[in-house]
Design a protein. Structure first.
Length: 441
């Protein structure tokens, strides 16, 4: 726990700390909250802050907004971390806040990583929030619906902060190079495309972007005149990547994911693994790749090998559990499996056909025999009348109509003879033959 001290000017601090925005005009991103006329900006400018929670990924400005509020408010501002503070610290703060209230002064308490507090610690705030002794500001990277007590959450306004865009980070990096708090007193030569690379590599995290820039500049070449020149070799060493091979938001990104998908579809495991490596070594989010592999498992393999979906989902879970670089082997296993699996797109074709009819005939009524009848009135209206329970029949089949009258006889699924889908085809033919034989029963 610490009493807030306003923006220490310490040149030994990391660049991200030195360049922390001092007001909303210097703040980058989150225009949906702090743009002109937006609610959070009005609350801050008017010093009308109520208890609130900032929820968002790391490095998007949660703590910075709290410090800007501290600079603007006429209230006492106390900051402490959920990582290092316990019940005793909370009680000390609450007593101080209560004393301030009796003297007519408001107290804003900022709790970083509030999700790390247990229920008892969070409950300790509740009575003081209720009676107005404190205004609570919490910051969390976790969903507050699950990590913050309902009673406390109901008394706070939640503001969702978003990952910063590449252009936001690019502007921030350029400011860091020119600002005296950054490298404004130095002559720095760094190509525009390298600034963009750093912004993309940061993946929406301002702290990561500034830390990378600082490392790149501090390790750059310096000539006799003191000019700092950032080279490609310096970039590669500092970001521990051979090169950033493609723009994760640009055309090459989509070209390479397309190359992976089509290599798997063409049953070429070598090409598939190569394109996978291109993405992962360029810093792509492994979960993005894993989601595409899950889609492929049903779109291009489907019932020709139902295990493909199990493998793909397992790979996604592995990526979620352990992340890069360890999860590269799980994705490789999944990608090779997809490439070698028999191929069938009958699942996607079936859905696309059904989708056309569903869109064209959105109002088709559900046949009465397959409607539920939970009430007496529904039974009187013949809901469920004529329903045939398949398990009661010897063959576990019935000739009951399940499609609307206007779509009777429509066929969407046409199985192939690839892999185990040949069994699906045989079973479907058996079902159709049975229904034809018993259509007049």
């Amino acid at each position: 726990m610490e009493q807030y001290s306003l923006f220490d000017d310490n040149k030994n601090q990391p660049l991200a700390s030195r360049l922390r925005p001092r007001n909303l005009d210097e703040f980058v991103g989150q225009t949906h909250l702090i743009g002109e006329g937006k609610i959070l900006r009005r609350l801050i400018d008017g010093d009308n802050i109520t208890s609130l929670i900032f929820w968002g990924p790391p490095g998007v400005g949660k703590t910075t907004l709290a410090k800007i509020i501290a600079n603007k408010t006429h209230s006492a501002f106390i900051e402490f971390s959920a990582v290092t503070s316990g019940i005793k610290d909370i009680k000390t703060v609450m007593q101080q806040a209560e004393d301030n209230r009796k003297l007519g002064e408001k107290t804003i308490v900022f709790v970083d990583e509030i999700h790390r507090f247990n229920k008892a610690q969070q409950d300790a705030f509740l009575p003081f929030v209720e009676k107005g002794s404190i205004i609570l500001i919490g910051a969390t990277t976790e969903n507050p619906s699950f990590e913050v007590n309902n009673a406390l959450l109901s008394r706070c306004k939640v503001f969702v902060l978003q990952s910063l865009r590449t252009e936001d980070l690019t502007a921030l990096l350029k400011r860091a190079i020119k600002d005296e708090r950054g490298f404004g007193n130095n002559k720095v030569n760094i190509p525009e495309e390298m600034i963009t690379m750093i912004a993309e590599f940061a993946n929406g995290d301002a702290r990561s972007a500034l830390s990378t820039l600082e490392m790149v500049i501090l390790n750059a070449d310096v000539d006799k005149s003191g000019t700092i020149t950032v080279t490609k070799e310096t970039m590669e060493q500092c970001i521990t990547k051979k090169s950033l091979l493609y723009d994760k938001n640009g055309e090459e990104h989509y070209n390479i994911i397309s190359a992976l998908h089509k290599s798997m579809r063409n049953s070429d495991p070598d090409a598939a693994v190569y394109w996978l490596a291109r993405m992962l070594e360029a810093g792509e989010d492994p979960l993005y790749v894993a989601r595409r592999v899950v889609r492929f498992a049903s779109e291009d393999v489907g019932l020709a090998d139902p295990r493909a979906l199990e493998i793909a989902v397992a790979a996604y879970q592995a990526c979620h559990f352990i992340g890069m670089p360890e999860c590269s082997v799980h994705l490789t296993q999944a990608v090779i499996y997809m490439a070698l699996a028999p191929k069938s797109n009958s699942i996607e074709v079936a859905y696309l056909k059904a989708r056309q009819d569903a869109i064209a005939q959105l109002a088709e009524p559900v046949p009465l025999q397959i409607r539920n009848a939970p009430t007496k009135l529904m039974k009187e209206l013949n809901y469920g009348k004529g329903y045939q329970y398949a398990h009661d029949s010897e063959d576990k089949l019935t000739n009951m109509q399940c499609l609307p009258d206007s779509l009777l006889g429509r066929e969407y699924y046409t199985p192939t003879e690839q892999g185990v889908e040949v069994k699906c085809k045989a079973r479907l033919e058996q079902i159709k033959a049975w229904k034809e034989q018993h259509k007049n029963d």
